[in-house]
Ligand binder design. Structure first.
Ligand SMILES: [Cu+2]
Length: 170
């Protein structure tokens, strides 16, 4: 009867040592700082604009997103090479400590794959963001005909948003 608690104690000690020994330093503190928007779908996909700030002192990463309103959500990066823009799918997107990361067309962005009938102009759906270290964040996303990029995309320092560094740098 006494063996179980002892084993749990041993396991807990082992885990604590493991975390202290090789865990990442600092704690991320993530916030969504813009009202997330999705574009009216074109050709079976829709881009999502959202800004995530990491106010903590530890790095984190977006590892995925999900919604009932589409078959899937992918993390994409638009890259311009020889004047041609192509999209590449990423497994994760870094959210470094102390930085603001913008997801919007023309750079790092989220893309709804096969949005359903709720993704129409004026509609709203819930999007859940999954992170490497932080708890999930679920945010309402408004569907708009044209994405409001004023705050999220074309800041003065982002004239040519062609790489991940441009998107996350400040
Ligand atoms: Cu895309």
């Amino acid at each position: 009867m006494l063996r179980l608690p002892v084993r749990f104690a041993a396991l807990a000690t082992f885990l604590l040592i493991g975390l202290a020994g090789c865990g990442p330093s600092g704690d991320p503190d993530l916030h969504v700082t813009s009202d997330p928007q999705a574009a009216v779908p074109v050709s079976g996909s829709s881009q999502v604009v959202v800004t995530i700030v990491n106010d903590g002192d530890g790095d984190d990463a977006l590892v995925g997103a999900s919604t009932d309103a589409a078959l899937g959500v992918e993390i994409h990066l638009t890259e311009v090479e020889d004047g041609r823009a192509t999209m590449r799918q990423l497994d994760t997107a870094d959210l470094p400590a102390g930085e603001r990361t913008r997801f919007r067309p023309g750079g790092l962005h989220l893309m709804l794959v096969v949005p359903d009938e709720t993704v129409v102009e004026g509609g709203t759906f819930e999007l859940t963001l999954h992170f490497d270290r932080s708890d999930d964040l679920t945010v309402p996303v408004e569907v708009v005909p044209l994405l409001d990029l004023a705050d999220d995309a074309f800041d003065a320092d982002l004239e040519e948003p062609a790489s991940a560094e441009d998107v996350t740098g400040d």
